[in-house]
Ligand binder design. Structure first.
Ligand SMILES: Cc1ncc(COP(=O)(O)O)c(C=O)c1O
Length: 390
């Protein structure tokens, strides 16, 4: 073999010896090699095997197995982002002319997809206050095929009564989809409460360390299959390294969620008692309008997310962001091990009109806080100092 040949084929036959790696390998391969046409055909016919990265890879399969288990589903499909998972579900399962009922409190990106993109394909959407089951029921038409909910809404932490709304969706022949990103499968399993499919942004609690981009959908076999087919055709494959990282994150999810929940409850109580703070949206607070529902549904903790409104609107919010930097930085994502802040008006909810934002309580003084797993006394000291400065 000439050296160019040797180099082009290098690394394929490394012998690992007796030990086995303690973590799974990262399968960074665009395509898989086959010894014969017959073997390749067997994989096309359904035998286990991989062909082309976009169609699936071992790191995606391992993550799908773990998430199926965590959410108690029949099957899962992972994707390049949470939005890719939501898009694949809607585009893979619905037809032109179908009608969707969706929570008006859903994540801004989801709201924009439903509000701006789907109507271009002849799908109609009615946004409802999903906390009012009568309003949800009234929005159904004979064409309604989909109900989109968030277990804990972003950013105002409204709680969806999944059992009741799933029964309603079922009775009307609609697929019930719950975005469970904020609660995570460690605190809530919507499928066990009657939902048909659950979606996640893996960038949040499942990844957990601010390093992943990915999404997942878990649920009934038929729904997952339809969404998976859409994902393959539209091209929403998760990268092998992101799938690998997300699986690593999933291993400590339950432990992290305990600490996030423990810290967040203390922070919410602290903020609620502070004179510069108006409203605090946290389902673990007795003052939360749906605290009883939250208590019944979230039996292992209320999670790490909350929103709080500062007296003084934009000026107060802006001053607070500067005062608390860099201890708790403005970083418009959430769910990392370290605490972060977001300002929904100019980040997640910037696509909404001021009227639409006002309707869901996203006001100029509202900050969203993702409480991390740091020592609780340090978090409270940072908040106290910044509040004193504004
Ligand atoms: C509740 C919720 N769902 C879905 C998404 C979208 O996920 P991704 O950013 O991975 O596309 C987000 C993103 O912030 C979110 O907060």
């Amino acid at each position: 073999m000439k050296s160019s040949t040797r180099i082009a084929r290098a690394g394929l036959e490394l012998d690992l010896g007796l030990g086995t790696p303690i973590n799974p390998a990262i399968h960074q391969a665009t395509v898989y090699a086959y010894p014969s046409l017959e073997d390749l055909e067997r994989v096309y016919q359904g035998e286990t095997g991989y062909i082309y990265y976009r169609n699936g890879h071992p790191n995606a399969t391992s993550l799908e197995d773990a998430l199926t288990h965590l959410e108690h589903g029949d099957a899962a499909a992972v994707s390049s982002s949470g939005m890719a998972a939501i898009s694949a579900l809607l585009l893979g399962c619905l037809q032109t002319g179908d009608h969707i009922v969706a929570d008006q409190n859903a994540y801004g990106g989801t709201f924009a997809l439903l509000n701006l993109d789907l109507p271009r394909f002849g799908l109609t959407v009615t946004f409802v206050n999903a906390q009012d089951a009568n309003e949800v029921e009234a929005a159904f038409t004979p064409k309604t095929k989909w109900l989109h909910l968030e277990s804990l809404s972003n950013p105002t932490l409204r709680v969806a009564d999944i059992e009741r709304l799933s029964a309603l969706g079922k009775a009307k022949g609609a697929t019930v989809c719950v975005d469970n990103t904020f609660a995570s499968p460690a605190l809530l399993n919507p499928l066990r409460h009657g939902a048909d499919v659950v979606v996640h942004s893996l960038a949040k609690y499942i990844g957990g360390h601010g390093a992943v981009m990915g999404g997942a959908l878990i649920g009934r076999q038929s729904v997952v299959q339809a969404a998976r087919a859409a994902l393959l055709r539209f091209g929403g494959t998760i990268a092998a390294f992101d799938a690998w990282l997300a699986l690593l994150g999933a291993k400590t999810l339950e432990l992290r969620m305990q600490q996030h929940s423990h810290n967040a409850l203390s922070v919410a109580r602290f903020l609620e008692a502070h004179p510069k703070v108006g409203r605090v949206d946290y389902p673990g607070l007795e003052s939360h309008l749906q605290h009883n529902l939250a208590k019944a549904q979230l039996t292992k903790g209320y999670g790490g997310m909350m929103a709080f409104e500062l007296h003084g609107g934009y000026e107060a919010a802006s001053a607070f962001v500067k005062a608390i930097y860099p201890a708790i930085p403005l970083a418009p994502s959430l769910a990392d091990v370290s605490s972060t802040l977001s300002y929904p008006v100019s980040t997640s909810h910037r696509a909404l009109s001021p009227e639409a934002r006002a309707k869901i309580g996203v006001t100029d003084g509202l900050l969203r806080l993702s409480v991390g797993i740091e020592d609780i006394n340090d978090i409270i000291a940072d908040l106290e100092k910044a509040l004193a400065e504004i």
